[in-house]
Design a protein around this ligand. Structure first.
Ligand code: DMJ
Length: 631
């Protein structure tokens, strides 16, 4: 979009007498003809008249004197000189300029509005900042290409790359999860070679794999593979009936593959005696069974709906959405602790199992999808998913009341756990996974608008503002979980010192961190899997608050990934210990590094109109799905 220059020639020349050009002749005659001048002229003496001629003469000599080489030429002079070259003599032009006087320019805009304009005076500063983030965004794109190159070289078609040993591994059932997770990131970044590689692989191999493979986890396959295919379908123009706006196959290929997969995954719902699906599906015979202990994770059964709803929308077959939404409708009826739920649920009884409440593993995306499934349906208070928004709000009140505490000595706000329910003790443990919450809280407050827009529309009530504040506080804590370590990368799990809980000798290693005594990192929790949650929240918070610190924090994290996890031969690896230098490497590149982490970083550094938050919801694996496509 071209932005107008507030101080352009156009503005200077606009039709206002103050700015209008006047000819030399006109200036002289006007001067003599104005009443005041006339009076002055009539009353002036010959001496005064000669004086006036002398002044004119000196002015002429000064103005026609050539600029010396050592003279610093201002931008205004450069602009003036360019003009002058088109005139016949420099002297005449300077005299003319003398009479013309400098035009009165409109007032300068304050620095905080600079971002949206490019005045001549502001060009360098604005361009510098803009150029900086464009360069940084480019670095993320290069990182993505590097990650893909390792995967393509050593593991094409496997679920994940082992970047150190140069192997591939099928940790997710063998559907080439990295290919599908990376596909829409490549589309978003405009990396056509990867779109072509990944798209062709999907076209040639994925449907066959889906028909032949054995057991897969319903949740992982839905969020990564089904979500990735659907997002690729949308981004390649499928719904608009376009052939394709990207490299790779026709969008219909993605949809047909998604449908093939969705049909098989449906058996997890239809085989269960309750609305709670079994956790595993055998793809080749479309059968399903519960996990070995019989229980499903709460987050897993409640993190399928965006994908199945959208599959229904684009296929016109409502069965997918209907089955998936039964889970949510059923969950609505279950007892909760101030909106909070245990992390296990039984597909046999349909009841929650145990008392363990947390927003980390097995709990996290239950809360995320309460909000996002409602947003997906076009947020309003009277649609048939508004009960989900009510559940979300109740849960966030429960979080604020039961799970949020501050660390000592420096008061970092964190979300802990209730391993024995509301009657048991509080654990100051926070998984890195919980760092999805700042983004979700911010999104829930403004519904994807910027804070400024939402406030302008009077959309923010007290609760929204409280949630937004909590979002910002938690985002800072998540950032400090990175800063406090020797590598600048967060551990998988952190504990926080509180009045009741302290443990010596397990700090993150960065002695210059202000929070070295607030955050405890136990030996078993020191690994980093290249997870996205923190940069995901920075992305959402940047879009909503427009506060540049989130970009800066994201950049620091990206640099740490570059420094410690990049593998020269291609790909990025996980780490075993973020508190020691050099950190021992773990031989795995998770699919979500390409699907989520790099995508969110790329979007964080880029233009906010790219995949806008009021038009798309990101599924929990960062695959964007359009909001409210219902005709
Ligand atoms: C991803 O697969 C998803 O974000 C999921 O919701 C949680 N875990 C990983 C990333 O850490």
């Amino acid at each position: 979009m071209s932005k107008s220059l507030p101080y352009s020639r156009k503005d200077v020349d606009y039709d206002n007498a103050k700015f209008r050009h006047r000819s030399f002749f006109k200036v002289i005659t006007q001067s003599f003809l104005t009443n005041n001048r006339k009076r002055d002229c009539i009353s002036c003496s010959t001496g005064k008249f000669l004086c006036l001629i002398l002044i004119f003469g000196v002015a002429y000599l000064v103005l026609t004197h050539k600029t010396s080489p050592g003279h610093v030429v201002s931008r205004d002079q450069v602009i003036g000189m360019t003009e002058e070259h088109s005139n016949s003599t420099i002297g005449a032009s300077r005299l003319k300029k003398f009479w013309r006087r400098a035009p009165r320019l409109p007032p300068q805009l304050p620095p905080d509005t600079k971002g949206s304009n490019t005045s001549i005076d502001h060009v360098p500063a604005t361009l510098d900042v803009k150029a900086l983030w464009i360069t940084r965004q480019q670095k993320v794109k290069e990182a993505f290409i590097h990650a893909w190159s390792g995967y393509k070289k050593y593991a094409m078609g496997y679920d994940e790359l082992m970047p150190v040993s140069h192997h591939g591994i099928d940790g997710l059932g063998g559907l080439g999860a990295t290919v599908v997770d990376a596909l829409d990131t490549a589309m978003i970044m405009g990396v056509d070679e990867v779109v072509a590689d990944a798209g062709s692989w999907v076209e040639e191999h994925l449907s066959e794999r889906i028909s032949k493979k054995g057991q897969v986890n319903l949740f992982e396959t839905t969020i990564r593979v089904l979500g990735g295919l659907l997002s690729a379908y949308h981004l390649s123009g499928g719904e608009k009936g376009l052939n394709s706006t990207h490299a790779g196959p026709k969008p219909a290929v993605y949809l047909e593959t998604a449908k093939n997969l969705g049909d098989r995954l449906l058996s997890a719902f239809t085989s269960s005696p309750t609305p709670i699906p079994f956790s595993d599906v055998v793809l080749h015979d479309s059968s399903a069974h519960p996990a070995p202990g019989g229980l499903s994770s709460t987050s897993e059964v409640s993190t399928l709906q965006l994908e199945f709803n959208y599959l229904s929308t684009v296929t016109g077959d409502e069965k997918y959405g209907l089955e998936a939404m039964k889970v949510m409708e059923h969950m609505k009826t279950l007892p909760k602790v101030e909106g909070l739920v245990p992390i296990y649920i039984s597909p046999h009884s349909g009841q929650f199992s145990g008392d363990n409440i947390r927003l980390g593993s097995r709990g996290d995306s239950y809360y995320e999808y309460l909000l996002k499934v409602w947003l997906q349906s076009g947020p309003s208070s009277d649609n048939n998913t508004s009960y989900l928004y009510e559940m979300y709000k109740e849960a966030m009140t429960g979080v604020r009341h039961l799970l949020v505490q501050k660390s000592v000595p420096n008061g970092l706000v964190f979300v802990g756990e209730l391993p024995y329910g509301s009657n048991g003790g509080f654990s100051p443990k926070m998984d890195h996974l919980v760092c999805f919450l700042p983004g979700t809280l911010a999104l829930g407050a403004t519904k994807g608008l910027t804070k400024k827009q939402a406030m302008g529309n009077n959309m923010l009530n007290l609760e929204d503002l409280e949630n937004l504040k909590l979002a910002e506080d938690l985002a800072k804590t998540c950032f400090e979980m990175y800063s406090v370590t020797s590598t600048g990368l967060a551990p998988e799990i952190a504990y926080f010192h509180t009045e009741e809980f302290s443990e010596q000798g397990h700090d993150g290693g960065n002695k210059s961190s202000e929070y070295i005594n607030d955050i405890i990192i136990k030996p078993a929790d020191r690994h980093n899997l290249l997870r996205p949650e923190t940069v995901e929240s920075f992305f959402v918070l940047y879009r909503i608050t427009e506060d540049l610190k989130y970009r800066e924090w994201g950049w620091q994290i990206f640099e740490a990934f570059e420094k410690y996890t990049k593998v020269d031969t291609g790909g990025y690896c996980s780490l075993d210990d973020v508190t020691s230098i050099p950190p021992p490497k773990r031989d795995k590149m998770e699919t979500f590094f390409l699907g989520e982490t790099l995508k969110y970083l790329y979007l964080l550094f880029g233009d906010s109109s790219h995949i806008p938050l009021d038009k798309f919801v990101f599924n929990t694996e960062a695959h964007p799905i359009p909001i409210n496509l219902k005709k």
